[in-house]
Every structure is written in C-alpha cells, then in structure tokens.
Design a protein around this ligand. Structure first.
Ligand code: ZN
Length: 813
C-alpha cells in the first residue's frame, strides 16, 4: 500500500459497487432527483478528445482490479506487480480520475494523453520462461522457473518463480542468490528479494516484480526462505533458440508504413485476393456490423432538471443530420406549449405565464414533442439521465442535430462487410486450419498491422521462399485483420481510446450525447464460454457504459457471431491466435474465473500445457529474432495466471467449445532503458516508428505459429515414455513418467488395461512440473502415451483389445 493513509477497506467498496462509476461521476440528480447541478462535462461531450488520458493506477491486489472492472473502469490489457501492489492502466477523463481518487483509489500519472493522438494522426498523414530441493523442518520451496534471457541491446535478465509451502503466511520472505557462471560461487552474480504473488485472496507463488537485470549468465541459483527452506537449481535459458538456416533464402517483409483504418485494411486484402487468385479467396462473413453510424442528437439546457436531448429516428447520414429543433419564446403572455413541424424543422413554442415568461418544464416539452405525431416520426425527446425534468427550459435557436461523426466520406456509414482472407494452396478443408485474427479492441492500432504484414509475407514470399511455400501448401490459413471495424473507425477519427464496437445498448438514461464515447459492447467479452452471464469475472452485464460491457446477451454482436461462424463453418481450424495490445504477453486458456473461491475454467491437461510451453519457446524466439524483444516468462502462460480474468473471451470460446488451441498475443512489450534500468509501457498507439517494430516482430510470431501448426499437421512421430522412480522410503515408493515430447500419459495401478478412461498424469500444480505418483505396496503399472497430434505410443489402440502397452513393476521396501 502507498503511504497516503487512504483505505481500500471493504465498506468503502460496498458503497461503490452499487453505483456504476460513470453514473457516480457525472449523473447529477440521478441518485437524488431533487439535486439540480450543472450538467457535467463528460469524456468528450464537446466532440473533442481532450481530457482523456491513459492513467497509471496501483491497487493492493487483484480484487482491486475486479472492483475497477465492476465499476466500469476502462482498463488496458496490462498488469504489473510493483512494490506496493499491482499497477494497471485505465483510460480516464480528469473527472473520472478525480472520482476514483475520491473513492480512495491510488490514481497516479498519465502514460499517454491526447497529445499522443495528435502526433500519431500527424504522422499518419505524412506517411499515408528445474529441479527442486528442500530442507527438512522448514518450508518446502518448489522452484517453478529459473531462467536467464537476453532482451533488447543484449541486456541479460533473470526470472525466478518459487512456490513456498508456507506461502500463505504473508510474512514468508524469499531471497534469491545466483552465481556468475559455471564454477563460480552462488551469490557472486547477485541477490534479490522476491515478491509474494497473491490473487483473489490466494497465494500463488513468489516472483520478481520485473525481470532482474544481470551482468553474467548464471548457472545456479539458491533460494532461501525466512521460514528456513532452501532450494538450489540450475538456471536454464529462456528463448533465443536460433533457427537452423535463417535468412538462407531471399525473404521480403515490411509492408506497412502507417497506421491503417479498416477501410484501408479491407481494400488491401481485396487487392491481395485479386493479385493471388490461385492462393487465396476472400470470405464475406455472414453478419454485417451495425456500421460506423450514429443517430443524430442535440441537447438543450445547462442544469440537469431543465435539460433535454433529442435523438433522430433516422441515422445521421440517412437524414438525421438534416433535422433542426428550436425552442421558441412566443413573446406573449399565457401562450400554450405547442409543437409544429415544417419539413425537417421541429419548432417548439414554449408556454408562458401571465407575465409572459416561458414556463414549460423539460418534462413537459419531452411529453409534447413525443406526443406530436409529425415530430415523433423524426425524433424522440428525453430528459437528462433519468432526471424528472421539473426545471423550466430556456428558449434556444434552431439547432442542427448531428451524429458527430468525423471520418472522411470515404469511410462508409453503412453496415460493414467483414472479410476474411483465406490463404492456402489446398483450400478444400483437407489441411489443418489456422485462424489469425486482430483488432477485437478498436484502440489497439498496431494489431491490424500484424495481420496485414503476416498475409503479405505469406503471399509475396511464396514464389521464392521454400519455408513459406511449405506453410501455404500445407495449411489452410484464415486471416481476419479487423474484428471490430466500426469501433476501429471511431477510434481513428472520433475518440482514439474507443475499445468496444459502436452499438449503443443504453437506455435513455445513458443515451445523451455526452455518453457517446461510452457506448458499445466489448467484443472480447461477448462470447459464450465462462461469460459474465455464467458468473465469471472481468466483464459487466448490467453497465452499458462500462468498457468491459458484455452486451445484452452472449453472442449478441455480429462481430462475435462472425468469429463463431468461421470456426463452425471450417472445422479443420485447429489453432487460433487473437492479437491484442499492449504489454508483451503470450497466453492461452483458461482465461476466466469465478470470484467465489477463484474457481478457474478447467485447466488444460499436462500434455497440452507442456505443448504450449514448448511452442512458446519456438514462437517467442522468433519474435525475439526481429529486434531482440524477449517476452517475459512471467507474461507467458494461461490468461488467468499472468493477466486477469476476462469473462466471455474468444480464445476460451474456441478452446472449450471446439478444442481449438486459442492463443493470445499482447503486442507491445515494455521497453527497457539501460540508462535508467527501468521498463516503460508503450501504450495502445505508440509513435508509428515503434508501432511498426511491434508489427514486424509479432508478424514473425504469426509466421512461427504457422510453422508450429504445420509441424502439428505433419507430426507422425509417436511419443516415447519411461517410468522413473523418484523417491523410495520404507513403505512407499514415488514414481513419475518421462516423455520424449509433450504428451499425455494414461496409466493403471490395478493391473488392468489402460484406456482413455484411466487416470492421466497431471501437473503437480500451477506452473509446476509433472506430479509424482506414490504407491505403498508392490504395484504393476500399465501405461501408454499420446501426443497433441493424436499419435499413440507403440501404435497401441486404447479402445481395442491389444496388450502392446507399457508394463513395469514398482517395488516397495
Ligand atoms: Zn485488447
């Protein structure tokens, strides 16, 4: 905790939870209708983007993140352990920042503000991740990971993760010491205290907040605990496994020179399909988006009780923008309230009292306008954010309604046709399919570039590069560069921090013009597995202005339904990559948990987890090849272990409903400054020079994923296993299995034939190695193994009658 004396106690939060943040900030009169304050400036009620920044917030633990989510706070996909808690980043207006500070949250400085958007737009124009040891009588330390790696500018870093059997005791302090190479003394390389990592009230393990910069490659590390435990392990290498023959063939790359909007991206893909007809086809996804369009609106009044707003029936570009409305003082005493319509002009003549002063209240005008058949055909009037509207409305000149949309006319206002570029020599469903998709979140501008660059490299290197030809000939690749085109247009031209789509599901109490940057559905929370509707954490089902609003129902949005359609329509799809930004992560399911007891969606089995780690090494080494960026071991793993709970995300949808490997990238790894020894976050929209580098290195990652997929598709080699006794004491023997490659092992201890219904070798725990199995009498162990591609050891048929499984006798002293 920070020493501000502020309390994050439970009582304070209970009060907060009852009121969505956005309402708490700027809904005068809503909680108490008799209060009548000035209508609050909102995120962007003036149509300008100023006042909204990407702010640093430090919370005590992950429950703080869940609370921020419940409040509708717009969080970036970034969590970082710091000395006094967890740092997260949120998009906040100055009013929202102050409201959070008032509630006791530790809101700190800005990572970026709107000047960055101005700079980016200017640029755009110009360039159109062991063995364990324990000491008796003390706590047992299980070393999960201990590895060194190289990142930018050949700086060496050390990452260690250790689980203490006394870790639930908050006073347990672990200290790591390491040597400076083989034969040197442990401690000669350095010493550091580790942080205790807890989440949702549960101890997970100890780790370093950041990878520790080191000067020599360590060979051994010793971790000691304040509870007396100690463990010494070998330090292994993370990443950096070079390819056998990189650069052997001419390879072209670098096909993006500015941030691209969805119209440009779609044109690019249409062009590629035309240029490479034998290798590609363009698939029109069946559900059109709602469109980059809005109803036109105007607002009258300055205080909540005497304010109303009108919303056109037609979208702005379909006539809504042509409407005007005037509130006229008739200039005579005792005049009645009347409404008249002439063409596209609505005139409200306000009632007056005996002295000739206007006397119509906001509520009365709302009723009169909505009660006039001609006016009601054109527009609908509403009081301000649920206010009773008892205040007298001031006269106002004829005011044009506007949809406020600022994109050039080249950006269509009609429902958007999402297109997938299918790349492959044999596009008949016979090849393993891979689904690469980008920009579910509008403001993540680098992500579509990753998809575009990946497609260009595949097609333009096909003729000359044999490695590319193997991929394109051997796989069926589906690339969807922009999952959220409407939101992405809005992010580029109207409100750069837009995350969601543009569809407004808000009732009139939250639909005034000042709310227009707070509408939409978080596409990556709208899926049907582990959703907020199922009771999982990390999305809002009720707060339509929350930035993780899940929508009115699972799969309510066309953008989400299109993804589901694709993977249902092409059942050969076995792997997927969902590219987001920022922070530099490589993740897989599970991606959500329930708050109660931190109940995580079912974890992948031991063989699959091992496959994921092996793949990570390959894929992340390729990312590193480009400019040295090492994705940290601490940012590699299941979403719930390294980031947070994201209820209803698409990777979980693909994995749990269809068995499709659902990976996630967060491009944009923190940049290390050797001068200061600090890491800094890059944000959603870095200067294009940085965005370009991120696109290039993660396109490397996408190509590596395709190579991993091809290895999967062509894997005909069977796993090999052996039984290894790992511990023997009087009356008990412990054993485990070793496998030649990532594989699941099914075994029996009762002499029966092993089948898929038999017990399966499991992991000892989260981020741990395989379990040890203990027997207390002489036991015959029967087993077989199967790899991720379905190859069974020794060609054994678990569902048949054969006896060609392994058998070994384990004796007990
Ligand atoms: Zn995202």
């Amino acid at each position: 905790m920070r020493s501000t004396g502020r309390s994050h106690g439970p009582r304070r939060f209970l009060a907060l939870l009852a009121l969505p943040l956005a309402l708490a900030v700027s809904a005068p009169g809503f909680a108490n209708p008799t209060t009548d304050r000035t209508v609050a400036p909102d995120r962007a009620s003036t149509g300008n983007q100023d006042g909204v920044g990407l702010m640093r917030i430090v919370v005590a633990d992950r429950s703080g993140i869940d609370r921020l989510t419940d409040l509708g706070v717009d969080l970036a996909e970034y969590v970082k352990p710091v000395d006094d808690g967890i740092e997260v980043h949120a998009v906040l207006s100055s009013e929202e920042s102050q409201a959070l500070r008032d509630k006791g949250f530790d809101v700190r400085d800005a990572i970026s503000d709107q000047s960055d958007h101005a700079r980016n737009m200017a640029e755009r124009s110009a360039a159109i991740r062991a063995a364990t040891a324990a000491t008796a009588g003390a706590d047992t330390l299980t070393v999960l990971r201990a590895e060194w790696f190289t990142s930018l500018d050949n700086q060496l870093f050390l990452n260690i993760e250790v689980k203490s059997s006394a870790g639930t005791d908050a006073t347990t302090v672990l200290t790591a010491s390491w040597d400076s190479g083989p034969g040197t003394q442990v401690g000669s390389g350095g010493t550091a205290t580790m942080s205790r990592f807890t989440d949702a009230g549960q101890y997970l393990y100890h780790r370093f907040s950041n990878p520790v910069p080191i000067t020599a490659k360590p060979a051994r590390a010793t971790i000691t605990s304040s509870q007396g435990g100690s463990a010494t392990v070998d330090v292994t290498t993370w990443l950096g496994s070079p390819r056998k023959n990189p650069g052997k063939h001419p390879y072209v790359s670098d096909f993006v020179d500015h941030y691209l909007d969805p119209t440009e991206v779609t044109a690019r893909f249409t062009g590629l399909a035309a240029e490479f007809p034998t290798l590609t086809e363009l698939i029109d996804l069946p559900y059109k988006t709602n469109g980059y369009r809005r109803k036109a609106q105007a607002q009258f009044g300055t205080a909540a009780a005497s304010t109303l707003y009108v919303t056109s029936t037609a979208y702005g570009h379909q006539g809504g923008n042509d409407l005007t409305m005037a509130l006229v003082d008739p200039g005579a005493a005792n005049a009645p309230l009347t409404v008249s319509v002439a063409g596209k002009a609505v005139t409200v003549s306000l009632a007056t009292d005996g002295a000739g002063a206007t006397s119509s209240t906001a509520a009365q005008v709302v009723a009169a306008v909505n009660g006039n058949t001609d006016a009601a055909a054109l527009l609908t009037a509403s009081t301000y954010r649920g206010n009773a509207g008892a205040g007298v409305l001031a006269a106002a000149p004829a005011t044009s309604l506007t949809d406020n949309l600022k994109a050039p006319a080249s950006v269509s206002r009609e429902p958007f046709q999402m297109k997938v570029l299918r790349i492959g020599k044999h596009r008949d469903g016979s090849k393993v399919g891979v689904f690469l998709y980008c920009q579910e979140h509008a403001r993540e501008w680098v992500t579509p570039l990753v998809c575009v660059e990946s497609a260009e490299r595949l097609l333009r290197n096909y003729a000359k590069d044999p490695d590319t030809r193997k991929i394109v000939d051997g796989l069926d690749i589906f690339i969807l560069p922009v999952v959220n085109p409407d939101g992405a247009h809005y992010s580029m031209y109207d409100f750069n921090m837009q995350r969601r789509n543009m569809t407004n599901h808000c009732p009139a109490t939250n639909a005034d013009p000042g709310r227009r940057n707070s509408w939409g559905v978080d596409v990556n929370r709208n899926f049907s597995v582990g959703s907020v509707f199922d009771g999982y954490v990390g999305a809002s089902a009720t707060n339509c202005v929350s930035d993780t609003y899940a929508g009115p129902a699972e799969l309510s949005e066309p953008e989400a339904r299109n993804e589901v359609w694709l993977v249902d329509h092409f059942p050969n799809i076995k792997l997927s990559m969902n590219t987001h930004s920022y922070g530099g992560y490589f993740m897989w399911p599970p991606g959500a948990y329930k708050a109660e007891g931190r109940e995580v969606l079912p974890r992948v089995d031991q063989g699959t987890e091992a496959y994921f780690w092996t793949s990570s090494d390959y894929i992340l080494s390729r990312v590193q090849e480009y400019r040295g960026t090492a994705i940290w071991p601490g940012r590699t793993g299941p979403v719930t272990d390294v980031l947070y709970s994201a209820a209803g995300n698409s990777a979980d949808e693909h994995w749990y409903n269809r068995g499709i490997i659902g990976w996630d990238f967060e491009v944009g790894a923190d940049i290390y400054d050797p001068a200061t020894g600090r890491f800094s976050a890059v944000g959603f929209q870095p200067p294009f020079a940085e965005g370009h580098e991120e696109a290039m290195e993660f396109a490397n990652g996408n190509i590596a994923i395709l190579e991993v997929a091809r290895a999967y598709a062509t894997d005909k080699s069977q796993p090999r296993t052996s039984l290894e006794v790992v511990g023997r004491e009087p009356g008990a023997t412990a054993f485990t299995f070793r496998t030649s490659e990532p594989a699941n092992v099914y075994y029996t201890l009762d002499g029966s034939r092993p089948t898929y219904d038999s017990p399966k070798l499991a992991l000892a725990g989260m981020r741990e190695g395989v379990q040890n199995i203990t027997v207390t009498s002489d036991t015959t162990v029967n087993w077989f193994s199967i790899d991720i591609a379905g190859n069974v050891e020794g060609n054994y048929k678990p569902e048949g009658q054969g006896k060609n499984y392994h058998q070994q006798r384990v004796s007990v002293q």
